[in-house]
Ligand binder design. Sequence first.
Ligand SMILES: Cc1cc2nc3c(=O)[nH]c(=O)nc-3n(C[C@H](O)[C@H](O)[C@H](O)COP(=O)(O)OP(=O)(O)OC[C@H]3O[C@@H](n4cnc5c(N)ncnc54)[C@H](O)[C@@H]3O)c2cc1C
Length: 470
Amino acid sequence: MSDTNFAQRLTETLGPDVVTTAPDDVAPWLSDWRGLYKGQAQAVIRPRTTEQVAQALALCQQAGVPVVPRGGNTGLCGGAAPDGNQTNVVLSLDRMDKIRSIDTIANTMVVEAGCILGNLRRAAEDADRLFPLSLAAEDSCQIGGNLATNAGGVNVVRYGMTRELVLGVEAVLPNGEIFHGLRTLRKDNTGYDLKQLLIGSEGTLGIITAAALRLLPRADSRAVVLAAVESPKQALELFSLLFARCGARLQAYEFFTGACLDLVLTHVEGIHAPFAERYPAYVLVEIADTAPEDVLNALLESVIGDALEQGLCLDAAVSASLAQLQSLWRLREEISEAQRADGLHLKHDVSLPIEAIPDFMTSMETRLAARHPGVRPFIFGHFGDGNLHYNLSRPLGADPKWALNEGKAVSEDVLEEVARYDGSISAEHGIGQLKRESFLALKDPLELRLMRAIKQVFDPSGIMNPGKLL
Ligand SMILES: Cc1cc2nc3c(=O)[nH]c(=O)nc-3n(C[C@H](O)[C@H](O)[C@H](O)COP(=O)(O)OP(=O)(O)OC[C@H]3O[C@@H](n4cnc5c(N)ncnc54)[C@H](O)[C@@H]3O)c2cc1C
């Protein structure tokens, strides 16, 4: 039952423009982006300041009310959707969206947690700098959500995950205390790095209210090649050559199978086959730099020429214009849309030690053929980071609800195989509600024990995002 006295106290303290309790106004805040989860909440809190977040959390802790932090709600594991407890409150950061400062000497930027990622990337660009975190949801997700999930995206091979781009964090702990960790220092070896515990904590330790971020030089010149490869093993060898020859300029190394390309050509309009022949798999490589574009193109052409000569790829198409660069990227970017058009399917966002990818893919194929014959794999992803989207669609002619009926058993097989190769069952999307059961079953017991101990220190009353992660 919702607690009227609590909601009243919250409204009196924070004001009716910050606290919403009318069921019709609360309803839009109860489900996740994919529509997989829908929960309950007695109120939505939309603070404008860190102090208001602190007041809200202190009241929630006193009353034992669960708090569900909410960013842009683009998370893919149900982390920002409340569970079925009617006393939940959803705390949205959407009104805390200011850029507090940009410093082009220290190359740092201080932003509030509710700042939309695309907006802060554009603000950095206006100051002639780059904030390199980039993902397809960037015009909806918030930087606080990116920190809370330690988001990845397409440029990790060059710039690392979110945690590598953060210098400082301001956060509110469940008891209302403010963690003043908003430092912009590059070097600070004074004990445990507590901000790193908050990054990737999926709202289970506290509310991130602001972040100090690293800025980099803009690398506006880009060159792209699509290379056809025989196998994941060949993709690995080609990666090694490109890494050695292009160094830090290598900023994307994306892989997709021939089946993914066929799916895109079937379901997406305005896409043309990149080569006269079809090949088993492809890699899309992007290099970028501050140097002029012709220097980059010459470098890429020379490396790919050598790769063809050494038998490290079967065919290659280098972009000669921005339009060609964009159409090569579309082949990769449209895979999710094409798979959606093909019907309900199973998604697995996994990572592996990069050198294990070829063996993993072979043993996965054997396991699927033996246990789930006819299943259609559509495998693509950020190969350079060891990250595969190992997606599976129903056998041809099977019930369209196959993913709902058979999904659990099939996914268990995939995740067990990932664990066997010392991989991760969640490369960049987090755990949330979706992967909690597998996470608890497969994570090392010592690591789980340490995580529970950390949770206990930050959130002894267990009000932060219950039912997620741990
Ligand atoms: C089309 C699409 C493409 C995507 N591509 C990628 C990709 O390439 N790489 C990738 O990593 N992800 C990707 N994602 C997933 C998603 O965009 C990221 O996980 C993103 O970081 C979530 O940010 P958000 O603001 O939407 O957070 P939300 O979905 O609102 O929340 C995510 C989690 O963080 C918590 N949280 C949110 N804000 C705070 C805060 N201020 N303090 C504490 N906890 C908080 C929530 O409680 C929840 O547990 C994609 C999603 C979509 C829809």
